[in-house]
Design a protein. Structure first.
Length: 141
């Protein structure tokens, strides 16, 4: 029986420490042919964007997590108090929005500013803007 509980504990620890890795999906006219977003690793967060002749990278950025508790309280407190308790305690993460703002740089000094946003359990997407001010949509699986 101890082995069973130890096995469950190991699985929970390993899945809780794992990073989220998302592969980029090519979007329309965007100059990026590939890339990845790795997050939930603190200083090891990473955004990589691959263009045909250049690779942009950003490391160590912060992933912001927000919940609008005032709005959620209005919606659930009197109607579904059990759900509200789970939201307020942090057990229900379906109402969390994640966002990233970072600047990815290439080896030759070119920069791309990226803003990404996604709901908990959803795929990141947003826009990256080059130094000339041209914005390109980006999406990750």
């Amino acid at each position: 029986m101890k082995t069973f509980y130890f096995g469950i504990l190991v699985i929970l620890l390993l899945t809780g420490c794992a990073a989220h890795v998302h592969q980029m999906v090519k979007e329309g006219e965007a100059p990026f042919v590939g890339g990845e977003l790795v997050h939930d690793r603190g200083k090891d967060n990473r955004l990589v964007l691959e263009a045909p002749n250049r690779r942009y990278e950003s490391h160590g950025f912060t992933v912001e997590r927000q919940r609008n508790l005032a709005e959620l309280r209005k919606r659930y407190y009197g109607v579904n108090p059990k759900h509200w308790d789970r939201i307020f305690s942090g057990l229900d993460t379906d109402h969390v929005t994640h966002s990233v703002e970072t600047i990815a740089k290439s080896a030759d000094g070119q920069e791309v500013s990226c803003r990404l946003i996604w709901k908990s359990g959803a795929k990141p997407s947003g826009v990256c803007t080059d130094q000339a001010g041209t914005a390109f949509p980006v999406r990750f699986e």
